[in-house]
Ligand binder design. Structure first.
Ligand code: DOR
Ligand code: ZN
Length: 431
């Protein structure tokens, strides 16, 4: 099948920003030119719209196997393509945990059969994510795992973490670390500060993140591991990463759309959809995160898409589950809050959502002839109101519900196939 995307504005996150047509044949990008006219091709009219290399989410919780009431590979990848993502890397805190090749193969086979986009399983650093015994990295590597993570279950034992990094670098695995000192975060449920004091909720101090981050930087420096810091949230973390980069440490970092755009103030009101780890922080932290994105300290915007059931969230704030369902609106959130307000450029947004994650996961991606045709078409001018109840994701837990956002995903194309098409309003049917 031949497909031509016509008259769109192409932005690839690597400096290319021009009006052009794209020819797709047999799932690959066959041509990029000012004007491509073919009689035997299906054409998509992208006039006035923007065409990007498909987004890649380095941090998605698909929940399957084990927590199918929260999300499945099918619903999570459906939500992903509705958000313009063509690849997601899924976190290992499933049941059973992704700590062996059988679970990796299981996820890959379901994704192959039922998934809307590409799925890259992330392996656990320790067996069962229990922080006791290192998982079998060589076997995970053999089945194509490219990254390990302890997301949600930070490894408190520094000796163990050092061994994980040492072995991880032998296998060239990316070490995605959730930086949290559990002794410091304790029973906290939101950022520790004025708001937590005012409304009487226990706080998570910013040091909980920074102490663990500093430890991991020191260990990455001595082991040479490729350290990737998950969901950075504080001003001092940004500074620690900036200094580590200047010091030559092999470190990269990501930030979530919610930590980039929201502050702790909205927790006042006890909406449990504002509860996540790391917590929403202060305006000063948000400004530092934006600065970090701009100067290259933070490489990637990753969603930490963490779907939960209504029951998980319909409880007092103290006991509600941590997490935000965000993959469907991640682009629109950052576009509306940051790009439209002139804080970052659209080219940079594409770089952080597509180019940088593809490099870290060592994927062949982007607008190059011969690459897989993984492409997203967005109408930046189109406004919509977030209606979380209509998310493709099973997780309706969004603090952005009811907000007006700009930037509607019109098409998501994976391997040259249209996997998502906007039918005219935000709620789209399968194609
Ligand atoms: O808010 C969060 N939810 N943070 C995490 O680190 C884990 C995640 C989850 O799995 O729900
Ligand atoms: Zn996570």
């Amino acid at each position: 099948m031949k497909l031509v995307i016509k008259d769109g504005i192409l932005i690839d996150g690597e400096g290319f920003n021009e009006k052009a047509d794209i020819l797709i044949e047999n799932g690959k990008i066959k041509g990029i030119d000012k004007r491509i006219s073919l009689n035997d091709a299906i054409s998509i009219d992208a006039k006035g719209k923007h065409v990007f290399p498909g987004f890649i989410d380095m941090h998605t919780h698909l929940r399957q196997p084990g927590f199918e009431e929260k999300e499945t590979i099918k619903t999570g990848t459906h939500a992903a393509v509705a958000g313009g993502y063509t690849t997601v890397a899924c976190m290992p805190n499933t049941n059973p945990v992704i700590d062996n090749e059988v679970v990796v193969e299981y996820i890959k086979s379901i994704a192959e059969r039922e998934g809307y986009c590409k799925v890259i399983p992330i392996g656990a650093m320790t067996k069962g994510m229990l922080g006791e015994e290192i998982s079998e990295m060589a076997k995970l590597k053999d089945v194509g795992v490219v990254a390990l993570s302890d997301d949600g279950f930070p490894i408190m034992n520094s000796g163990l973490m050092k061994r994980i990094m040492t072995y991880g670098s032998m296998y060239d695995l990316l070490m995605i670390t959730h930086c949290e000192d559990k002794m410091l975060s304790g029973e906290g449920v939101m950022n520790n500060g004025i708001i937590s004091t005012k409304i009487g909720l226990r706080g998570i101090p910013h040091e909980a993140e920074e102490v663990m981050l500093a430890r991991n930087i020191i260990l990455a420096k001595s082991t040479g591991a490729r350290l990737h810091v998950a969901h950075v949230s504080t001003k001092d973390s940004v500074e620690l990463i900036r200094r580590a980069k200047a010091d030559g440490v092999n470190i990269t970092a990501e930030v979530t759309p919610h930590n980039l755009c929201l502050t702790e103030d909205i927790v006042d009101g006890f909406d449990t959809n504002t509860k996540a780890y790391p917590p929403l922080r202060t305006r000063e932290d948000v400004n530092a995160l934006i600065e970090g994105l701009k100067d290259g300290t933070i490489d990637v915007i990753a969603t930490d898409h963490a779907p939960h059931t209504k029951d998980d969230k319909k409880v007092p704030y103290e006991i509600a589950a941590f997490g935000i369902s965000g993959i469907e609106i991640a682009f629109s959130v950052v576009y509306t809050y940051l790009v439209k307000n002139g804080l970052i450029a659209i080219d940079d947004l594409v770089k952080h959502m597509s180019t940088e994650p593809s490099k870290l996961l060592k994927l062949t991606h982007g607008f190059k002839i011969g690459n897989d045709a993984d492409i997203t078409i967005i109408d930046l001018a189109k406004e919509f109101t977030v209606d979380a109840d209509n998310f493709k994701s099973k997780g309706k837990n969004s603090p952005f519900n009811g907000q007006k956002l700009y930037g509607m995903v019109e098409y998501t194309i994976v391997n040259g196939e249209i996997k998502f098409k906007n039918d005219g309003n935000y709620q789209i049917s399968n194609v």
